[in-house]
Design a protein around this ligand. Structure first.
Ligand code: APR
Ligand code: ZN
Length: 372
């Protein structure tokens, strides 16, 4: 067997906050023990990439965390994957043995959970460099590169029938929305739902609510351009808060006889969490927050909302155990029980990745799929 060497390939490197990415030749080190190196096939741009690119301080960095690809090489000790396997990357992994992985109540792996420092979990180093200078990771995935290295616990094998140029969406946004509706809220038939923010995440919550037989799905977005696609994903009533003469939670309360059974925050704004909480009903109203706020991380709300019996909860990746649960979502897609193709508004070659950032910043896309 030939030893696995360094690969030099193209990557879109972010050198500073909000600065256009630059195509660079990067060195990608061989996978370390329990890691795999992946040839990225497709990667979609998620709002969290844009939020982190605009507001975080770790640079130079390779973003990207919704991706599909093919295993190029495997590190020592890896038995789960072979060269040539088709995989999805996971921004939150599953080690299968920690307290959370062995509990049915959680997907918050203690070993391979969300990585925030731009390093690899196992040795706190990077696998990318330019002329020897380290380039940081994002969520231990970094898919805006022709090749990337991830921990074997941060990837999942997918069916050979699943189209890689579509299913990359299951790596984050779509799964997060469906899981919030099904696993976290466990929406029951005939219930009323209010969804704040109708991007890929909010529309996936709507699809999940519709499939559970929700009687009314109220979608709230400041962009009226979202109303058409929202209908296609099950939204029965579209509200643009800017068009209302009263506050939006009052509108929701009026049309749902005192508040929705469930409300979801899919914007990434803590003030909207408060609004979502105000729009669900007393007694059993449940608010699920999914967004990642860019500013003001603290939530401020009146204690009385909780005394009246409302619950506020959140979830990462829709509460799914990524390795265990994602293959069944892909199977549902292959059986045409859930749709995702309609969420892909743009396809583009890797060289045009900055165009995807522009479209998302301007609110002109749902998902842009970047073909490597
Ligand atoms: N009220 C209602 N809708 C809003 C508001 C607001 N104050 N501000 C923005 N929006 C709408 C936007 O017009 C857009 O349609 O929220 C939607 C957000 O969609 P995307 O930007 O496409 O984001 P998405 O990928 O769906 O992610 C939503 O979840 O995973 C997190 O980081 C992600 O915080 C982000 C959120
Ligand atoms: Zn674990």
């Amino acid at each position: 067997i030939e030893p696995i060497g360094v690969i030099t390939c193209k990557a879109a490197v972010a050198w500073g906050p909000g600065e256009p990415l630059v195509m660079e030749e990067v060195e990608v080190s061989p996978p370390q023990p329990m890691e795999i190196r992946i040839k990225v096939v497709c990667t979609s741009l998620c709002r969290s990439d844009v939020t982190a690119w605009q507001s975080q301080a770790i640079f130079p960095r390779i973003f990207g965390h919704e991706a599909s690809g093919i295993v190029e090489s495997v590190g020592e000790g890896v038995t789960e994957f072979e060269v040539g396997d088709r995989v999805l990357t996971l921004f939150t992994g599953e080690c299968m043995s920690c307290k959370h992985c062995t509990s049915t109540k959680s997907n918050m792996c203690q070993v391979l959970g969300l990585e925030r420092k731009g390093l690899m979990h196992s040795d706190q180093k990077t696998r990318f460099s330019i002329k020897g200078k380290p380039i940081y990771h994002y969520c231990a995935v970094s898919s805006f590169s022709e090749y990337t290295v991830v921990h074997s616990g941060c990837a999942v094998k997918v069916s050979s029938r699943a189209p890689l140029e579509k299913i990359c969406l299951f790596s984050c946004g779509v799964a997060a929305g469906l899981g919030a509706a099904w696993k976290v809220a466990n929406i029951s038939e005939g219930s009323t739902v209010a969804i704040y923010g109708l991007g890929t995440v909010g529309l996936s919550v709507a699809q999940g609510a519709k499939l559970r037989g929700a009687s009314r799905i109220i979608g709230v977005d400041i962009n009226t351009g979202k109303s058409e696609i929202a209908k296609a994903f099950g939204v029965t009533d579209f509200i643009n808060p800017d068009d209302c003469s009263e506050s939006v939670h009052q509108v929701v309360k009026r049309i749902t006889d005192g508040g929705a059974d469930y409300s979801f925050e899919c914007v990434g704004d803590t003030e909207t969490i408060t609004t979502a909480l105000q729009s669900c009903c007393d007694g059993w109203g449940l608010t699920v927050t999914l967004g990642v706020p860019k500013v003001t991380p603290l939530i401020s709300t009146h204690y009385g909302l909780f005394l009246s019996g409302k619950t506020l909860t959140g979830s990462l990746f829709g509460g799914w155990k990524p390795k265990s649960d994602i293959p069944s979502l892909i199977d549902m897609y292959l059986r045409k029980e859930i749709k995702i193709d309609e969420l892909i508004t743009h396809n583009m070659p890797f060289e045009e990745i900055n165009q995807a950032f522009n479209l998302m910043t301007e609110g002109k896309c749902l998902r842009c799929v970047i073909h490597m």
